[in-house]
Design a protein around this ligand. Structure first.
Ligand code: ADP
Length: 155
């Protein structure tokens, strides 16, 4: 059976930290779906279409990687596409506490799914989408934190 993983997140925007997790996970799975969660309650910083386009650009030569968006529960998305693994990255102990709650709740709701965590590379630990957005707000240079394929200024 194909090993299919879903990497859900806001990816607002997709950073080098996200990319590293996917790159390391590629040998572990047959297919990885990077899925941008759409929050009906609040707009993101970048439009979902742009976020999707950027991620597609980063992985355009990677046949195992698929890019999609969704609203609703991650477990439902996984069930719909036949994925058995939820992939997440861990940076800090704060991430761990947050991820632990979600992963344990997901297991209550969907015991057939496993959450798989990869620890971030040390040099990528401080990179967060929130910090990148903050730097953009104040006109700083974010290129060090983003995959080279992503140009935030393009239309
Ligand atoms: P969410 O809004 O669900 O937290 P994010 O887009 O912020 O989504 O992150 C998606 C996933 O990527 C999460 O598992 C998060 O921990 C992980 N992640 C974010 N930044 C990094 C990083 N620098 N290194 C490793 N994993 C990361």
């Amino acid at each position: 059976m194909e090993k299919i993983a879903v990497f859900p997140g806001s990816f607002d925007p997709f950073t080098l930290g996200h990319k590293a997790i996917i790159t390391r996970a590629i040998p572990m799975f047959d297919k990885i779906y990077i899925v941008v969660g759409i929050n009906s309650q609040k707009d993101g910083f970048f439009p979902v279409e742009k976020r999707l386009k950027w991620i597609e650009k980063v992985f355009k030569n990677e046949k195992k990687v698929y890019v999609d968006s969704f609203t609703g529960l991650t477990i439902e998305y996984c069930r719909n596409i036949g994925a058995k693994y939820i992939l997440r990255g861990l940076r800090t102990s704060a991430d761990f506490e947050y991820e632990r709650t979600i992963a344990q709740l997901n297991r209550y709701m969907a015991p057939e799914l496993e959450s798989v965590f990869l620890l971030t590379d040390p040099e990528l630990t401080p990179i967060t989408s929130t910090i990148v957005r903050e730097i953009i707000r104040y006109g700083g240079d974010t290129s060090k934190f983003l995959p080279e394929e992503i140009d935030l200024t393009e239309n």
